[in-house]
Ligand binder design. Structure first.
Ligand SMILES: Cc1cc2nc3c(=O)[nH]c(=O)nc-3n(C[C@H](O)[C@H](O)[C@H](O)COP(=O)(O)O)c2cc1C
Length: 360
């Protein structure tokens, strides 16, 4: 829209004229918005809805939410592999198990569905920690809860699942006292200071994939709402694809050619059917991304988060480039590689403590 107005003005009166009118026009627009329009919208019930009938600003997010909900309902009703739901429900049961005054009957509204889902998923997958955890939590649940028609039915389904290979590990709630209590603040502070956004990388050597995998495993340890982890990391270390991806990011002007590899942090909105949960993927993916960048830094691999603002055209290009589903989108990109020797870093002085925190 801005571009069209600018071009029209340019045609009418040339460069200087168009620049002047253009600035005045947007000053006037902002002043009308600030003084009249926004106070009205904020204070008159119903106006918000009317205002956004005329704006397409949220269409993209709405379309994504609908695609996510469609996928969620499909998976739920067709009892297919919904690992998000399994992790969520197992985690809910796990929380029930660790409560101080544990109830003898709980999780009635989802224990049967969860057991059926578990049965389905293990029939499609080989044994892994995630599924062993689900198994151990269900086993513990059935061993501590009282008899109830719903629980008994689910227990019957569970005990009739074919025996799995025996194993040592137990993934059930454990006591905090077993944890190492080392005070590692100074070490952590050093790492947090050392991590800086690196924008120039050497093209001579790319960090080995095994190191990236190690960092991503640590990234996955970040907290996530109900343990759902609505994100994944797409590591782009193919030079051609990395070049295309970094050129798509708006904030790489001046250093896109110095990025040898990039990680696209992909949010997955189909993790929940609730509209109130639509921000989970942004929050959880960002927490994991911070872990990732610190883990990379601990191995002397530099990184730079890159903004991925909502932009219909670019989102479409990226979705095609990475074959993303309709309910997936990049949360941010992370350029990575070994830093170029003696390249410059920004100071980026931070907010002082008094601007950063307020008690109560
Ligand atoms: C979500 C996010 C998006 C960012 N996008 C860009 C970007 O597009 N281009 C860029 O050069 N830096 C980008 N940065 C890096 C910030 O400029 C940088 O983190 C900030 O100035 C603090 O500096 P430091 O990371 O070196 O400590 C981004 C950072 C974050 C967290």
């Amino acid at each position: 829209m801005r571009l069209i107005i600018k071009k029209l003005l340019n045609l009418i009166g040339g460069d200087h004229f168009s620049e002047k009118i253009y600035i005045r026009f947007f000053q006037l627009k902002e002043s009308i918005q600030y003084q009249f329009l926004y106070p009205l919208i904020l204070n008159i019930p119903g106006l918000k809805t009317i205002y956004f009938i005329f704006s397409k600003a949220f269409n993209y997010e709405v379309a994504m939410f609908i695609a996510a909900r469609k996928d969620y309902i499909y998976k739920k009703n067709n009892n297919t592999e919904n690992l998000f739901l399994l992790r969520r429900n197992i985690h809910r049961i796990e929380k029930g198990l660790l409560m101080k005054n544990r109830r003898s009957i709980f999780a009635l509204d989802y224990i049967e569905d969860t057991t059926i889902l578990y049965k389905k998923i293990i029939s499609l997958n080989s044994q892994n920690d995630q599924l062993n955890w689900a198994h151990d939590i269900l086993e513990k649940y059935f061993s501590v809860t009282d008899s109830h028609p719903t629980i008994d039915k689910a227990k019957n389904i569970f005990t009739n699942i074919e025996n799995r290979a025996s194993r040592q590990v137990e993934f059930t709630p454990y006591s905090l006292s077993n944890e190492n209590k080392d005070n590692s603040f100074e070490e952590f502070k050093k790492l947090a200071h050392k991590r800086k956004s690196v924008r120039f990388f050497t093209n001579e050597q790319l960090p080995e994939r095994s190191l990236i995998d190690k960092a991503i495993t640590v990234a996955g340890l970040a907290p996530s709402s109900c343990n759902r982890q609505p994100f994944m990391f797409r590591v782009i270390d193919d030079p051609q694809l990395a070049k295309k991806t970094s050129n798509l990011a708006g904030g790489t002007t001046g250093f896109a050619d110095h990025i040898p590899a990039i990680i696209a942090v992909i949010g997955q909105m189909n993790v929940s059917p609730s509209i109130g949960d639509r921000h989970l993927m942004y929050i959880d993916a960002s927490l994991a991304s911070m872990n990732l960048m610190l883990a990379l830094e601990s191995m002397n691999i530099g990184s730079c988060p890159l903004n991925w603002p909502e932009d219909k055209t670019k989102d479409k290009q990226m979705a095609e480039l990475l074959s993303l589903q309709k309910f997936e989108r990049p949360i941010m990109l992370i350029a990575y590689g070994y830093p170029e020797k003696n390249s410059m870093l920004a100071c980026s002085v931070r907010k002082p403590l008094e601007q950063l925190r307020q008690y109560n």
